[in-house]
Structure formats: structure tokens, C-alpha cells
Design a binder for this molecule. Sequence first.
Ligand SMILES: Nc1nc2c(ncn2[C@@H]2O[C@H](COP(=O)(O)OP(=O)(O)OP(=O)(O)O)[C@@H](O)[C@H]2O)c(=O)[nH]1
Ligand SMILES: [Mg+2]
Length: 455
Amino acid sequence: MIHLLSQTEDTIAALATPSGVGAISVVRVSGPESINALDNIFRGKKKLIESSSHTIHYGKIFSKENELIDDVLISVFKAPNSYTGEDSVEISTHGSPFVVQKIIEIILSQKIRLAEPGEFTKRAFLNGRIDLAQAEAVADIINSNTEASFRGARNQLDGLLSQKVESLRESLINTSSLIELELDFSEEDLKFLSYEEAEKRINEIIEELDFLINSYSFGKVLKDGVNVALVGEPNVGKSSLLNYLLKEARAIVSDIPGTTRDIIREELVIDGILFRLYDTAGLRLTEDIIEKEGVLRSKEAVRNADLVLFMNDVVTDFSENLWNELSEITSYDRILKVVNKIDLKKPQKEIYDVGISAKTGEGMDLLFQALKRKAFGTNTFTEKSAVVSNLRHYNSLKKAKDNLVAALSSIDQKFSGEFISVDLRNAESALGEIIGVVTSEDILNNIFSKFCIGK
Ligand SMILES: Nc1nc2c(ncn2[C@@H]2O[C@H](COP(=O)(O)OP(=O)(O)OP(=O)(O)O)[C@@H](O)[C@H]2O)c(=O)[nH]1
Ligand SMILES: [Mg+2]
């Protein structure tokens, strides 16, 4: 379904700042009635309707019973130069939930309804202010909590991904147009685009799609952080490492094997990247019923982890048993082999990625580097690369690629242009889904329902 470019007629309102007490709260109103509705309840130096866009006005809001509610500042934005693309106002009130409640009630008593989650941003998209990938980036920015997640979202809002997707779409449209042109003129035996040339172009596009598809693991790490399970034999120092990294005695440390039974989850930011550490009970065989449950949970943590920090110590050295057990529940390339307690002696074996001491802190920088290397793989994405961090985008890119692979096979079999062009058109619309050229109401609802009300 192709969405309508013109927006619904109704006017919406919602609190845009967090609910609760604050210095200031902001109530947002957007839609054709917004300015009029405010003029009915607001007394300032002049009518808002007569003021120009992007101006701020001091005045007072009164109830229908003519009761003074609050001194406010109102910002006026006129279509199409507003966030939503519609006439909008933002009312800055005193930050009392009671005041806000009253003001929203007065507003809603006019021809205005409460906004749905994400509806302001949805309107911004429907009115062409931003594309769909950018709208999703707005939510990502709001949710960003590290330098990395913020940067990734910022790039997406700036249109880095959208521009890339758009240029790939254009190449596809050009290629399929040439193939379709050939169909129209086929009787005259015109060759607009040879099979070889079509193949070459499609391969170039696939190469660029692959780059984006491969960026997903990186983008996901930037956005969501890395889940790291700390796993190892009892007493190797897993909890000690957690405590060292957090700079506090978070987990109980003792020389009694089996100290940690439940999973302890803590977050740590290294170089702007979020690492979520899960200190586990290890995977050992045990008769103790509580420990058994702990082991089950540890296995679950390993399965869910992006990385497994497999810890050994210099005393007991590399645990072949645990290594074998780990390999059954996760893949080797996710495992970082670490040896602890190097303050005591040198590790015997040379199979470790890093040696550390949770006691002295030795080797921690190397550990950080190794964690980052494992998390990012060998990818060489830079600040300015278009990076995919959203599963929806990833799936659309894969769909586009599948269609292009199908097109290549049609070319290979010297099928006529019609077949090839259908695949190219499908690939193009898969790319269009990312930026929202073509979207269904379901996709939109799914995306915007995850926003908060007022955004
Ligand atoms: N010398 C030395 N001792 C350490 C080091 N790290 C931990 N230890 C000691 O090793 C013992 C076990 O440490 P924990 O952190 O409780 O080990 P764990 O792997 O969490 O053990 P469980 O929870 O029982 O599986 C404690 O006595 C720690 O003080 C280290 O780097 N050097
Ligand atoms: Mg422990």
C-alpha cells in the first residue's frame, strides 16, 4: 500500500516532556486547529494566529470558567515549517503534573484529541519532513545512552543510510528502465543494455548491499551494546574481574568454589561502547540443587551472549572440559580465551587471547581491546559509513539482495527482459521499504507504537 502524502485533518496534543515534577513541562499541539485552539484559551500581547512562525509568546492560560491556570510561553510554528509539517504550538508551563493535566484537559475540550505514541513523528514522516529510516533514528536518539549509540542514531537521522539506500534504488531504477525500454523496442532490435552490462551493474549493487548487510552486526553493537557472558571453572576469578571493572565489590568473591550461583548483570561503558556483563555460576557438573539451577541459567546466558569471556587461571590452566562444553552451545569465534591471576605466575600454555590479573589490573587494556575486536569483527566501518542497526532495515536489504541474485540467475539463463525486470523492481521496492517509499499501515503502526507519547 502506498501511503497518502497528505495528513489527516485532526489536531493532536500531548505532553512532550517526562511526566512528573520538573522546572518546565512542554505540551505539544499539532494540526490545523492548533493555533486557533490556543488563541481561545491564551491571553498574550497579540493573537497567535497573527504572529509569524518560529516566534515565542508570553501570556496566561485560562480555563473555560475564566480561572487563571498558568503563565506560559508558547512557541508558534506554521506549516510547513514545523517538526510535523503542520501548524504546531509548544506550550512551556510550570512543571507541575497538576498544571499540565489541567492545560491538556482544556485543550482536549476543544476539537483536539490526545496524540498516539509517536504520532508527531509519524506526521513528520507522512508529510515528507523526514523519511522512515530517519523517523526510526529519532527513536534511537531518544533511547541512546552511549556515545556509540548516539553517533549511530545521529548519522541515521542525518540521512547517511537513507542517501545510500536512495542511490542504490536509483541505480536499480535506471537499470530496470533500460531493460524495460529494450522490451518496448525489441522488434527494432535495439540494444540498450546487454546481458553483460546488466550483470555487471547488478553485481556492483549486490556488492554495496553486502557492505550494508555486513554492517548490521557492527550497527547492532553500536546501538544495543554487547552482551558478554563471563564463564569459567569455579574460583578462576570471574567475579573478581566483574568487581575490578565496576570498581566496586559488586559480586561476592571468595576462595570457596561455587561462590556465584545466580547471574549478576552489570553494565560497563568502554570507549563509548556499552558492554553488558553477566557473571555466571560456571557450567560445572554439580549435585547441589541451587548450583544446578545456576548452571542452567549460565548456559542460557551463554546462548544469549554476543561474546563469551572464557576465563581460566594460571593455577588450573586451560579447562579442556569447559571448552568442549562451551563449543556445544556457542560458536568458537564468539569466545575470548582469557587467563587470570598472571600476578602469580606466567601462564603455561600459549592458547590465550589475553592474560590479566583481576587483582592488580594488569592486562586490562589488552582485554578491552580484545573485547572490542571480538565485538566488531574485522569490520572497518568509520564514522562516516552508512551503518545498519535496525533489524527491519537488515531484512529489507536481504530481501533486495535475494531478488538481485534471482535476477542474475535469469540473466545467466538468458531469460527475456521481463523476468529480469520483475526481480529488479522487487529489489527496488524492498529498498523502498527502508526509507518508506512504500509502506503498509501495519509497518507504520509497528514502528511508531514503540515511540513514547508526545514524540
Ligand atoms: N592472585 C590472584 N587471585 C585472584 C585473582 N582473581 C581472583 N583471585 C582470587 O581467586 C579467588 C576466587 O575468586 P572469585 O572472583 O570468587 O572467582 P569466581 O570465578 O567468581 O568463582 P565462583 O563464583 O566460585 O565460580 C578469590 O580468593 C580471589 O581473591 C587474581 O588476579 N590474582
Ligand atoms: Mg563468582
